[in-house]
Design a protein around this ligand. Structure first.
Ligand SMILES: Cc1cc2nc3c(=O)[nH]c(=O)nc-3n(C[C@H](O)[C@H](O)[C@H](O)COP(=O)(O)O)c2cc1C
Length: 355
């Protein structure tokens, strides 16, 4: 397969985006290696400052931009001509700043989810070469974004990621009770988004399918069903280059299908994770009587009423290797991880490069 993927002014050799994985699961090392192999590598900006040399336990908002610049630099050292982007979550308090810092540091695209990125064109107006890619789970969400961007800024998304709430990892853009109900039609949504832009604006924008793509068969299926590319995250966790701790990767290797499920995140969105230790994740913040340490989310039930637990620090603990009280996000396919591999080996399998 020789199909490439062009998003805005940037063309990747292979139609693959490595999905952003927050709180340093996809940092500069993973993103850089994916870009070097010919895909698009994304550094997740959410909580990137935690577990960086810039964080002193109190300065979340100062550490985040400094750490982000370090990670972008690191990624470009690995892949000087590669396509490096960031994943920015609309729901986080410092969304605007992380978008601007990404542009200043030279990313080629911004993929934005966990909310509708209505102000993204205005934040990036000084960097027209940076491609803008919202993540949605419905045609309706794509329409809302497109209308607002077009009316306000004469701009349309350069691509759209359509994320499947029934399979993707991390925070999900669908109501908890609807997930897994069988109502959601992922590739119908992919084709619907594509048709919407064609019919309403006369443009063909790339639509990328995210969620549940694990191997070459899944990739070929996605392309056959109308996607222009895929975004994959869980598959990259058990690579040598992934920025998570060894214990985090081991938790993927050890988990079974039955361990993966849904929980309500204090961010007000459902999330998919390894559920084995979720009671310990919750109990930890009760035992330590922690109060909201960072204020990282715009809306947070933990910040507002100490309900449940602090999500960003739970994800951070797991990233560092505390898989007892840390939260491990994953997609429904994570149980398929059976060894630590390399990013190149993943590309070899996906694109049949070792013939
Ligand atoms: C560990 C983990 C962390 C994630 N963090 C984020 C994030 O910070 N922002 C985001 O938009 N999506 C996040 N996601 C979603 C992925 O980017 C991706 O769209 C999705 O997981 C794709 O499904 P797959 O894991 O089956 O390949 C995360 C996924 C995982 C597995």
């Amino acid at each position: 397969m020789t199909r490439s993927l062009t998003i805005g002014r940037h063309t990747a050799r292979f139609p693959l985006i490595q999905g952003g994985m927050g709180v340093r699961i996809s940092g500069g090392n993973l993103a850089g290696h994916v870009a070097r192999c010919g895909g698009i590598g994304l550094i997740a900006t959410a909580g990137i400052g935690l577990n960086s040399p810039h964080y002193d336990g109190r300065n979340f908002f100062t550490a985040d931009p400094l750490a982000l610049k370090d990670e972008i630099r690191k990624a470009y050292e690995i892949a000087p001509d590669g396509i490096i982007g960031t994943n920015c979550m609309v729901a986080v308090t410092n969304f605007d700043e992380m978008v601007r810092v990404s542009c200043e540091a030279g990313v080629k695209l911004i993929v934005a989810g966990a909310g509708l990125p209505m102000n993204l064109p205005e934040l990036t107006a000084d960097w027209p070469e940076v491609a803008l890619v919202p993540i949605v789970s419905s045609v309706k969400a794509a329409e809302l974004i497109a209308r607002k961007w077009h009316k306000g800024h004469g701009r349309l998304p350069d691509a759209i990621v359509v994320e499947d709430p029934d399979t993707a990892g991390g925070h999900l853009g669908e109501k908890l009770e609807k997930i897994g109900s069988g109502e959601y039609d992922h590739y119908g949504t992919v084709r619907g988004v594509k048709a919407y832009f064609r019919e309403s604006f006369g443009v063909e924008i790339p639509v990328i399918a995210a969620g549940g793509v694990w191997d070459r068969a899944d990739l070929l299926h996605a392309l056959k069903e109308g996607a222009d590319g895929v975004q994959m995250a869980s598959r990259f966790v058990c690579t040598k280059e992934c920025d998570a701790s060894d214990a985090y990767k081991q938790a993927y290797l050890d988990c079974g299908k039955e361990d993966i499920g849904l929980l309500m995140s204090p961010a007000g969105l459902p999330g998919r994770a390894i559920l084995r230790n979720v009671e310990q994740v919750r109990q930890r913040d009760v035992d330590f009587d922690v109060i909201c340490p960072s204020g990282c989310l715009k809306k947070c039930t933990y910040k507002a009423g100490q309900e449940r637990f602090c999500i960003v620090h739970a994800l951070d603990r797991a990233q560092r290797g505390d898989v007892d009280t840390g939260l491990i996000f994953c997609g429904t396919n994570a149980w398929k991880s059976d060894r630590i591999t390399t990013v190149q080996e993943v590309f070899d399998e996906l694109f049949d490069l070792k013939k």
